[in-house]
Design a protein. Structure first.
Length: 311
């Protein structure tokens, strides 16, 4: 039997994961707005993908979550700075058995959602996909397609099994984490470091990893974040920094982090949820974060300058 899934945020992440689930026969409703919503209603969702192109039509799409009704799963696929209004708007989707899957970059989103809907309803998650809107009603995926998630306390559950099977049957990669918090922090450790250092240098991954100085700066930033995680009681692998540096070495040489691209373009960014959170949690746990504190100030200044361009 298909699942009823509501996707909040029908951009790259939500459009791709939700599109695959809908194409596989699940009852998927998208919450979108503006021209994108109009195109979804008129033409359906067209996905261009390295794993095979497909179109879903018709598509259930609305700007009013109340029209979708209670869901088995709510996939929260908005940016961190959009999360608070998204949770508030999503309340009509929640029934007594609804599970909410977070996909936001960073480590704060599960707690923010739990403050509204209760910890028992939240499945902390991390998405790995390179996908973006390619025009109204169109999503382009150029890599990835993996969702790692689990219960807050890592216990096995029927709903986690059901979601994993639905994702896998839809052609996606689904991983139920043995330690979901370690999985979130491992991704965070890499993303926050690469995002901040990429932002302040405006250099792509290939340059950052090839220069001895910036490579060491990345190691130093990651090491600080590892110490903050351990101070928070997160059980990271002993070789977590080395493993994430190896991950960096596999990334496309011309690749950049979304944080870097957003700040360069003068758009709202996830800086507060990334490096801002490192600095805040370092302060709360008494863990020194001199590298990340400097990166935060430099990146914040760049963001402020970009929001007020010079004549």
């Amino acid at each position: 039997m298909g699942l009823k899934i509501a996707v909040i945020g029908a951009g790259g992440v939500g459009g791709y994961f939700g599109g695959r689930l809908a194409a596989a026969g699940h009852d998927v409703g998208f919450v979108a707005r503006g021209e994108h919503l109009a195109a979804l209603k008129r033409d359906g969702l067209a996905v261009t993908s390295v794993a095979g192109d497909f179109t879903v039509a018709p598509v259930r799409a609305t700007d009013d979550p109340g029209e979708l009704g209670e869901a088995d799963f709510v996939l929260l696929a908005v940016k961190t700075w959009q999360l608070e209004p998204a949770i508030a708007a999503a309340k009509p989707l929640f029934g007594p058995d609804t599970a909410v899957v977070t996909t936001q970059n960073g480590v704060d989103a599960p707690g923010q959602v739990a403050d509204v809907v209760g910890r028992g309803a939240v499945l902390p998650g991390a998405a790995e996909v390179i996908a973006f809107l390619d025009g109204p009603g169109r999503v382009r995926q150029i890599g990835g397609g993996k969702l790692t998630f689990g219960e807050w306390d890592d216990r096995p559950s029927a709903r986690v099994t059901a979601l994993r099977e639905a994702l896998q049957e839809s052609g996606l990669t689904a991983v139920v984490a043995t330690d979901v918090w370690a999985a979130l922090w491992e991704k965070f450790l890499a993303l926050a470091s690469l995002g901040a250092i990429g932002t302040v240098t405006d250099a792509p991954y290939g340059v950052l990893r090839a220069r001895a100085g910036t490579r060491q700066l990345i190691v130093d930033s990651m090491t600080e974040i590892e110490r903050v995680a351990r101070a928070k009681g997160v059980r990271l692998a002993d070789d977590v920094v080395a493993a994430q540096i190896a991950f960096l070495d596999r990334l496309p040489a011309d690749g950049t982090a979304s944080l870097q691209r957003d700040i360069r373009a003068g758009r709202p960014s996830e800086l507060e949820a990334w490096t801002g959170t490192v600095v805040r949690l370092g302060r709360e746990t008494g863990t020194p974060t001199p590298v990340n504190s400097l990166l935060y100030e430099l990146a914040s200044t760049r963001a402020a300058a970009g929001a007020h361009p010079r004549p």
